[in-house]
Structure formats: C-alpha cells, structure tokens
Design a protein around this ligand. Structure first.
Ligand SMILES: [Zn+2]
Length: 247
C-alpha cells in the first residue's frame, strides 16, 4: 500500500513537474516573442536640449498612430543591436556623442537593408563630438553648422507633392532654432526657413540604399513638440520612412 502510494506520489510529482516546466517554457516563449515584436526604436539624449521630455511628448502623441510600438531608450550606444531588437525603424532625438565604427556600419547596413530613420533637430548635430562623421552626414542628410538666435519664425512648405507635406500650408513655430547645415547630396527638400534673406533647407527626405530617411530641423524644445502641425508631420514622416518604405 505504501509502495503504491509512493508510486502515485511519484506520478503526481512527474506530472506536476511537467506542467510547471511547460508553464515556464510557455512563459519564456511568450517573453521571447514579446522581445521579438517589431518596434520603432527611439534614441534620445545629448546636451542643450530637453531630449527626454521631448521624446515623451512625441511618444504620447504617437499613441495609436503608428503600426509598431515606439520604444524609447536614453542609453546611447545601442546601435549595433538594431536587428537584435527587431527594430523596424529608428527615431533620433539626439545631440552630440560619438559613433563607434561598428555602430556606424550597423546603422548604414540597417537603412540600406530597407529600414527607416527619422531624425529630429539635433540629429544633424549628433555623434560629432570628435568631429564630423561624413558617412553619418551622408545618411542623415546634413551636419549642423550654426543657428541665429532662437525664437518665433515662419516655415515655408517647399514641396507640395510629397506625401509628408502635400496637405501642409506655410506655418509658424513659436520658439525654435533655424539650423544652418552643411548639406549632403540627394535631398528632397520639403520645408525651408529664412536666415538673413537666404532660403535654408530645414526638412527633407533622402533615399539611402533600400531604406529611407526623413529629417526635420525643427524641434529644439517642448514648444514645438506641442505644435500640432509639427507633430502630424512627424507622424507622416514615420509612415513614409519607416512603415511604408515601398509606398
Ligand atoms: Zn537646439
């Protein structure tokens, strides 16, 4: 009787263990699948800007408007992990820092393979603490040189046939910076600003390999990240560069 009880106990133990292992295995698989869910990776950080607050304002606005969830990180040096993170695209709200050779190559390969980058404001003043990285300038489309005093200014819609700007009219931003930049080749300029009587490209798209880049020079601080015209343009930029690259 005792032996039979032990046998029954052993059977119950084995079944319990199998169930528990199965549950753990399932949970582990779910966790893995969650990690493998496609995401838009938002990298924020740098000096002179409220990058985290601006990133949070953008993420709040993007709720329900993007196909993939937007995952924010303030950790700067993750650009070799874009495939591992299953990133469908990259949003840069950054300034300064450096790129390792491995990160630069990873970023180039990422976009060339058909993924997208959306750069905002300081994205053209990023990864340049050791000087301009020309290959990065070529990818994002420009390299920051200077800006006149910040404040309110008009923005001109230069391209009225592009999906990002065709519904837009000229508008004003209340408090921002007009970046003057060294420009890369191959830009499709969407918006311009006036600096001392010169028409300066401010917002553009660029094809890069199989992938796409959308950049806007607007977005110095939270004021612009509360501007509906700017925010809706960034949504269309995300759709064009990241979500519908074959559009
Ligand atoms: Zn700025």
């Amino acid at each position: 009787m005792r032996k039979r009880f032990l046998t029954q106990l052993s059977l119950v133990s084995i079944i319990t263990c199998c169930c528990l292992f199965g549950a753990l295995y399932t949970a582990d698989c779910q966790a893995f699948q969650q990690n493998r869910q496609p995401v838009i990776y938002l990298l924020a950080g740098g000096n002179f800007h409220l990058t985290e607050e601006c990133a949070d304002l953008l993420i709040q606005y993007l709720q329900g408007k993007t196909r993939y969830p937007v995952k924010k990180t303030m950790v700067r040096y993750d650009l070799t992990r874009l495939d591992e993170l299953n990133a469908q695209g990259l949003i840069l709200i950054t300034q300064g820092g450096v790129l390792s050779d491995a990160e630069l190559q990873s970023l180039q390969a990422f976009v060339r393979s058909g993924k997208g980058v959306v750069g905002i404001h300081g994205a053209t003043d990023s990864f340049d603490d050791a000087g301009e990285v020309e290959a990065y300038t070529d990818l994002i489309g420009g390299w920051f040189q200077s800006h006149p005093p910040r404040g309110e200014f008009p923005v001109t819609v230069k391209n009225t046939s592009h999906p990002i700007t065709r519904e837009m009219k000229n508008f004003r931003v209340r408090y921002d910076e007009r970046y003057v930049m060294k420009l890369a080749d191959g830009l499709d300029v969407l918006l311009t600003v006036d600096v001392d009587g010169k028409e300066i490209p401010n917002t553009w798209t660029k094809d890069y390999g199989q992938g796409r880049v959308f950049y806007t020079g607007l977005g110095h601080d939270r004021t612009t990240f509360r501007n509906a015209t700017f925010l809706s343009m960034v949504v269309r930029g995300i759709k064009w560069a990241i979500e519908d690259p074959a559009q």
